[in-house]
Each structure stands twice: as C-alpha cells, then as structure tokens.
Design a protein around this ligand. Sequence first.
Ligand code: URP
Ligand code: ZN
Ligand code: ZN
Length: 465
Amino acid sequence: MNFDTIIKGGTIVTAADTFSADIGIRDGRIAALAESLEGAREIIDARGKLALPGGIDSHVHIAQPSGPGIVMADDFESCTRSAALGGNTMVLPFCLQETGEPLRRTVEAYAALAVGKCHVDVAFHLIIRDPTEAVLGQELPALVKDGYTSFKVFMTYDGLALTDLQILETMAVARETGALMMIHAENYDMIRFLTAKLERQGDTAPFFHAKSRPIPVEREATHRAITMAELSDVPIVVVHVSNREAMEEIRSAQRKGLKIRAETCPQYLVLTEDDLKGLNMEGAKYVCSPPPRDKASQAACWEGLQSGVFTLFSSDHCPFRYDDAQGKLTPKGRTSFRWVPNGIPGVAARLPILFSEGVGKGRIDLNTFVAVTSTNHAKTYGLYPRKGTIAVGADADIAIWDATKRMTITNANQGHGADYTPYEGIEVTGWPVLTMVRGRTVMRDGALVIDRPIGQRLQRALPAA
Ligand code: URP
Ligand code: ZN
Ligand code: ZN
C-alpha cells in the first residue's frame, strides 16, 4: 500500500488555490497530491465535495477560571468535540495566570486538564494578569522559549485589567522574545463609570450590558493599544473587533506600516445589541464583550474581512450555561448585567456561519474563507506550514465540506457543554461532513467516529514576522 488513506476526487481549496486532486495520506501527513492516486487501506470519496484545511480557531476559552461561583460550560473534551463537529482540527485556548502562582505551574496544571481529552489538536496562549518582575524577567521569557509564543492582556475586567504601564512593560517582553501579544481593547474606567450610572438609574437588564460598553469605549482603547504597540515597536493582534470605528483605527495604523493584526468573530457579523433585549434574563445568552452592535457595524466587520484589515476570524468561544446558578441566569443570585459572565459559545458555528453568509452570499471567496479561518491562524501563531494548508508534508488536517447541504444551527448540533447557542435557528448552506486530524477521521456526518480522543497538545514556533 502506498498510503494509509486517499481522499479521492474532491476540490481542494487553500488560501491561494482551488484545484481538483486526490490527497494521499501516510503517517498522519499529506504525502502526495496528484490527479489520480491508487493504493490505500482506506478511500474517502470526496467527489462533489470540497477538501479544505481543517479550521483553526485561535480564540477559544476552555475550563478557564471565571470567578467565584461561576463555571465555564466546556472542558477540553466538550470544546474539542464541538470544534470537530464544526470542521475544526485545532483550537488555541488561553491559560490564565493565577495571581501569586509561578506561571509554569499554572501552565502545567492547565495542561493536565487536556491530557487524553482532546478530539482535535490544541496549543495554549497565556493570559498575563499579574506582570511582576519575576514573571516578566524570567517566567514568561522561559515559557516563550518552550513554545508558548503568544499571550493576551486585558485593558478591562476586574482582576484582569492591566495599567498602561503594565502593558508597556509586557510589550517590552514581547519585543525581546519575539512573542505575539493579543489585546482585549476596551476602556475599563469608562465601563465602570457607565455601569455604576446605569445601575443607579435601575437599568440592570442584560440589554444594558451593551449600553455600558458603547463603541467609543472600544475605539479609544483600540487607539491606545495601537499607540503603545507603535511606541514599543511590537506587532499586536487586536482581538474580537466589533465595529467600524475600531476597524478604522486598525486600518489607518496598517496604512502607516504598523504591524497591527486584527480579528473579528461571528457574533459581530450576525448578532446585534437587540438580541440582548430578550424577556427577563434571556438577553444574558448574548452577553459578551465587546457586545454585538448594529447592522452598520456588521457591514463594517464584513468590510474588514474583505479588505484584509481583519486577517483572523475566530469564535471567541467562551461558553456558560444559561439555566444554571453557575452560569448566566442568576449569577451569584443577582440579576444585574454586571454579574452576568461575559462570553458565548461558537466554536462549532463559526465556520458554517462564515461559509454561508460569506462564501454563499458572495461576500468573500473560498480562498479568503480558508485564509481567515485556518491558514492565517497557523501563520500568525507559529504553526505554519505544518498546519493551516493542504500541501505535501503538512499534517493531514482536513475538513470535507458539502457546499450544498442546508442545515439549521441548533443547540443539539453544536456538541458543546452550554445549554443554548446564540445562533439557534440560523439557516446555513454549506456544512462540514468529515473532519480529519493528522490522518484520522474524527467526525463524520455530525457524529464523532473515534473510540478515544486523539488530539495532541503542540508547542509553537515564534509567529511569522
Ligand atoms: O465576552 C467575552 N468575549 N468573553 C471571553 C473573554 C474575552 O474577553 O475574550
Ligand atoms: Zn477578550
Ligand atoms: Zn475571548
């Protein structure tokens, strides 16, 4: 036998090309691409289907400590199951620094949660919440050397927000080590001021979450993050961008030649702040930060993807159960939006939504779809060319898509640990029907088809310059 598996007759799409070929897979890697291949133990018939690089979702939250009494709905098993159902072959969750604990110990404890649980490959970003001298001087540089080559910092959230000085000091480490910094850009004091004002007025329903962090909150912080990156001469990724004003800040920085990369997410393409207006606490199902905005902001996010201002399309999967005292309904027995845990599930919905709304409706082409959902994630976070493409030598991480399959997104087909999806009822055309991780088929026709999780945890190279 020449190969373990041959995927026959599919249309292969990469970030650059679209062509018909058979894919020969040996020892988990792509060994040959040719018009016609023979000789394999297993033949997968992909005639009439698309063969795409498996999705890489570089922004998911798994089993992340979320404050007293609040528990995230996904562990590594359920998040990676959901990822595989949604045509993904790799996810990058965040390891959150525990204040006062050596960073490496936190990473080891987090890594232990993943052992034997992952249906797709994983690699960790770090979240820096306490940039002490020891962390910045020794612990973080050592972890970067060991393959943890990106970290996120927050400009908002109690217990997470860094001061500008701390951000600059952390950027200096990124400059020295070559690691890539991801920034959550919202102005903390503006949010605190507006939240207190809304509560004084009795405006505590979930909808007022959106009113507590309007567009200027994000625009100002985005501008400040970019300015600090300019001063520090470091590339950054501005994550989960939601609107035109923030997008224009990024676009003008890119035009000046600054190394600013940016990401948007499905919630900013298909949800609006009106979704937070549900009866009683129903709106809590859509509480995330930045919040979904309006139709004009959706159009701006599409423009950002079309024009290349946004090179990354991630889910920001951050699931909490709704009908659960440890989730969104009555967090800590309280009902003000202030206490609703921020974040929504989306790892399984990300690709079908972009495929249907983007490719299907002619907003982006298939090659751009592959770039913003897979290839650019691999390049940005030090995984390319092993991941993110279909090429000889790359891992055989492949998703077979039926571009004509019509489906409705429901909580039942998401496979995550949350008890709802914010995308319930959205009708899509185009659906992943098979997910293969390093040559092993893990999902077929909406079900996991492997007897034990085979995902591995990977270390990463430094991001592409
Ligand atoms: O609301 C959100 N986005 N929660 C996840 C944490 C983050 O800021 O990415
Ligand atoms: Zn964030
Ligand atoms: Zn996030």
